[in-house]
Design a protein around this ligand. Structure first.
Ligand SMILES: CC(C)(COP(=O)(O)OP(=O)(O)OC[C@H]1O[C@@H](n2cnc3c(N)ncnc32)[C@H](O)[C@@H]1OP(=O)(O)O)[C@@H](O)C(=O)NCCC(=O)NCCS
Length: 158
């Protein structure tokens, strides 16, 4: 298994499009979605966000790719500058996904460390993210890397 230092992180390029859009279905992979969301809805929305980031990256945002030493892409993180409800500017991990074949090999850690570097460069003092409550694996990864729950979003389908 490659060590964490085997992965490099760089900004996304136009020729990453197939890899980037191809990762959208990973955002519904391996955990139960809430019954009011469909995998198609989630993957379609993630793909549209990634497509926009590749086409006209909103000012201040970043789309980063982790790749192996021989240049094979392995994962991505999409970073946004946001203001929270309390008007505090912060960095937001909009999308994080690692290719299924490289899961559990340190790519997620490398991407989240790059997110922290990006946020510090932007003079942002906090990172946030949303995760489906049922995505236990991602939640354990985030907690392992120092993220803590803040608010909980409740939904009631009518
Ligand atoms: C969540 C995801 C990005 C994690 O990426 P990954 O490359 O598999 O994660 P890593 O291998 O870098 O693991 C990161 C850390 O979490 C730990 N970890 C991983 N799985 C864990 C688990 N099930 N329980 C506890 N710790 C875990 C690892 O040991 C590692 O910590 P360490 O470096 O101190 O050993 C990846 O599983 C993924 O793409 N999932 C599908 C998409 C998704 O759910 N994205 C998040 C949406 S919010």
């Amino acid at each position: 298994m490659p060590s964490t230092s085997s992965w490099r992180v760089r900004p996304a390029r136009p020729d990453d499009r197939d890899f980037v859009i191809g990762l959208a279905p990973r955002l519904t992979d391996g955990f139960p979605l809430p019954p009011w969301r469909t995998p198609e809805e989630v993957a379609r929305t993630e793909a549209a966000t990634l497509d926009l980031a590749l086409t006209v990256l909103p000012h201040g945002n970043a789309l980063l790719i982790a790749e192996s030493a021989d240049g094979k892409p392995a994962g991505l993180v999409y970073l946004e500058r946001l203001f929270d409800y309390y008007r505090r500017p912060h960095g937001h991990v909009g999308i994080l996904a690692v290719a299924a074949e490289t899961e559990g090999q340190g790519v997620g850690r490398v991407l989240l460390e790059a997110a922290e570097d990006w946020a510090r460069e932007q003079k942002l003092h906090m990172l946030s993210l949303n995760v489906f409550a049922g995505n236990e694996r991602a939640r354990r990864v985030y907690e392992r890397l120092g993220y803590m729950p803040e608010t909980l979003r409740y939904v009631k389908p009518l």
